[in-house]
Design a binder for this molecule. Structure first.
Ligand code: ZN
Length: 265
């Protein structure tokens, strides 16, 4: 991949400004080998894996004042409507998409209408629609999971990037913070699943967590430190009932009975 293609992929990871983060490399698929740095209005990336040549740096054109004001504007527009593109088809139009939601325990959430799941025929992704928090018939964005190993990035965000994907929005008083949409669907028979799409919590995410009596944090084992950071951050901002749930694996690999046992067994 040339520099321009790499830059596009890295920009597609939506690392927020002023962040230094390690993550799975979208180029060589190795775990936690890619470092991304968005401090000082730059975007720099470097993969530590010996087999991988991913690296580069891109200087932002705008100064921090510009970045801050754009960022603020985005927060205000949190709930702007997202127009569903024509290339989003019904889930049934792809066998692979159907298989994905079966294998990852999203089927029930979809069948019961708790999650709107579509298929992006253009990008070959199974797409989890993000609903407007007040107007349930409107969407503010979507998150697409690649169905082929050659599609980058693995997760792609359409429309608004500040609203978390939630599943089981109004049924439960307790919620669990997870990394990805499939896990949020898998838990939704038992608790509200909130996918933060990464391992850091945005200010806008916290806003939408306020209505729950209890919050669990269930990030995968690689992100345990991050889970503690999030728990501390939430507690310091007044969330009283926060509990970290140590997991053997992502919640999307467990069925409802197993999840029930895990949380309330
Ligand atoms: Zn790599």
């Amino acid at each position: 991949m040339n520099y321009k293609q790499q830059l596009e992929v890295v920009q597609g990871l939506f690392v927020p400004p002023d962040t230094q983060i390690r993550m799975d490399c979208p180029f060589c698929h190795n775990k936690n080998t890619l470092s991304v740095d968005t401090t000082s209005n730059n975007i720099g990336w470097y993969c530590f894996h010996t087999s991988c040549s991913a690296k580069g740096k891109h200087q932002g054109e705008k100064d921090m004042t510009y970045v801050n004001s754009t960022f603020k504007k985005k927060e205000e527009n949190l709930n702007t409507e997202f127009y569903v593109p024509d290339n989003f088809k019904i889930l049934d139009s792809s066998d692979k998409a159907r298989q994905y939601i079966h294998k990852n325990n999203c089927w029930e959430a979809w069948a019961w209408g708790r999650a709107d799941i579509k298929y992006d025929v253009k990008q070959n992704r199974v797409v989890f629609m993000i609903r407007h928090e007040q107007k349930a018939h409107e969407f503010v964005g979507a998150v697409g999971r690649a169905l082929s190993s050659v599609t980058y990035p693995k997760w792609y965000m359409y429309g608004n990037k500040d609203v978390p994907f939630k599943c089981g929005l109004h049924e439960h008083n307790e919620a669990v913070i997870v990394e990805d949409c499939a896990s949020a669907c898998a838990v939704s028979n038992i608790l509200t699943g909130v996918a933060i799409l990464g391992t850091s919590l945005k200010q806008s995410h916290k806003q939408s967590l306020k209505s729950y009596d209890k919050l669990y944090i269930a990030l995968d084992r690689d992100a345990t430190t991050k889970a503690f950071d999030i728990a501390n951050e939430l507690r310091s901002e007044g969330f009283k009932n926060v509990e970290i749930k140590a997991l053997k694996d992502d919640l999307k690999y467990f069925n409802t009975e197993e999840i029930k046992e895990m949380f309330y067994g």
